[in-house]
Unconditional design. Sequence first.
Lengths: 417, 295
Amino acid sequence: MSILVILLAVVFLGIASGSIGTFTFLRKRALLGDAIAHAVLPGVALGFMVTGTKMPFFLILGACFTGSLSIYLMNTIVQKSKLKMDTAIAVVLSGFFGIGILLITYIQRNYGSEQTGLDKFFFGKAAAMLYSDFIWLFAICILVIVCIYAFYKEFLLISFDKNYAKSVGLNVRLYEFLLSFLTVLVIVTGIQIVGIILMAALLVTPASSARFWTNKLSNLIILSSVIASISGIAGSLLSYSISKMPTGPWIVIFLSLIAVASILFAPKRGVVARNLKSKRLKKKMFHDNILKTFYHLSEADGSFNTLRTSSELRNRRYFEEPKLSLALRDLMKLDLVHQSENKWGLSNEGWIKAKRIVKVHRLWEMYLTKHLRISSDHVHDDADTIEHFISPELEKELEKLLAYPDEDPHHTKIPYT
Amino acid sequence: MDFLDLNFVWISLSALLIAIPCSLVGVFLVLRKMAMLGDAISHAVLPGIVIAYYFSDSYQSIPMLLGAASVGLLCTYLIETFNKVGRLQEDASIGVTYTWLFALGVVMISFMNDNVDLDQDCVLYGEIAYVPLDTLSIFGALIPRAVVNGSFLTTLIALLLIVGFKGFKLTTFDPVYATAIGISITFWHYLLMGMVSTVTILSFESIGAILVLAFLVIPPAIAYLLTNRLMSMIYLSMVFSLVAVILGYILAYKINSSISGAIASILALEFLVVFIGLQIFKILRRRATKVSYSN
């Protein structure tokens, strides 16, 4: 088999496993896929023992049989006993795998050494692929694409809202069966390239990575197919160019690198992006609180032109010290605050911002007391949080709804600009 | 009884010395609904095993073993981090983490193939049939290394369980109460996972990394079908392990196949028999009550 054919084969496998794996992932069946992959082993051995040939068709038939049997058993165990899904999966996985090893060893010791080819199923051997395997892979890939295209809506429904699917009269069991059947087919084909143990990765890892980049099911399917294919190509090329390097594990390592990168660096959902966002928000809230405190101090003594020391600010509201000085310097850069000697005052722009925060805070308190009938001594904390997030549109709505009240529930004046 | 010889004694003894600590740890895995975490760890310790082989070719030193076991803790930590910090759903975190570590282990084996006496088959099957060949001399008697290791493992796990029984029990059955009286859930969780890793590392040479899972999960699962009491569950799962070890050895001997595979197969068969038996029992009892009502 030339390298080109092998590359084509891993791309087909990538498309098939990436797209069907999206549904495995969304339906939270990742570990079920793992168990099916392990349960295929005794089927392969049985296929060989019953027919006496290594023709892929019979091996795949046997594999499909035990793979499907394992799904049935796991569901039955959970339904008919007090054992939970995790134990059912672990029992079926290890039980079938044990039987598989018993049978494979039996074949190796009793049918002569030329039959050891069966053990390629453990870790997969892309290079040992036959032409018939290639055709089979191509057929499965087409079948998966056609089924997903034809039943896109149905698959979407049972993945996201099974109860709704039932209530609109969808034959949920039929489509679940179809999805499971396709999953078994993909697993059975895939193990010849990546092996039984790592097949779970090919199903779950691409979808796990893709999930961090998109919210749309169609994009998710395409992206996870692309990720699986790229990792497949990278893994095969690496094992082709360095001798003795196994293909399957390298594919999985590339897949995992993409997954870790996605978890960390994806925009919006990634860890880094989320941390940055929460830091920005915290900073904004801190700034808002400082501006607001300037207003409160001036409101208390009636003079809006007096400069304040940082200890005056801290007496009014609790601020951590080094943080306060740093934040004041930041605010100075934004031209919201000016400094002379050790005292600070708000600029015109600073006053506008401070007034707005105090205004929306008090409007919100009014809203809670008037429209939600919450007593006036319970509304402050809520308003203290929401004042940072009220948008200009919401601000206008509140003003209109409450008809520009003069005072908040605690009878302090609401500042309008 | 042509299979009854010294080999039978040593092999089944070493299998039993794996099965007992596995059952002890596995009972808590099943009760805590963490069986798949056991699966993940039993795969994920592979890189640790490879490193241990690389640095000490005979793979006996205890510090080395503990180092390898820490990879299991790393796996637990990664799964939790992906789940909580990375917000990846739990089943996917498990799937991503252990396949990655296992793949890393296999790649490491192929890099060091010339320096390390460890191959992929060994990872899968283990070589329990060769147990009697690798002996240590203790007080002048030749005892298989696997039996010595197994005794150490069984003692260690049993001691940890006896000392920490209250902690394990409380954090398993009533984590909220345990937290309220100041018991750290995290500590006992990681201790249990550390025990799972240690059990895997010490038994993989004999039975292979994946079949450890059968020893860990199936006996407690059978016992849990039959009883609700913790102590009965522990005793019952040890009994089922013992029966499987003996029947498995005989089966493997009769059909000339893998011993560890045969033991795991018998365990699966035991589960099937108990499960079906219980279903039949349920149906019969339902029928009996129906009859008594109609009278």
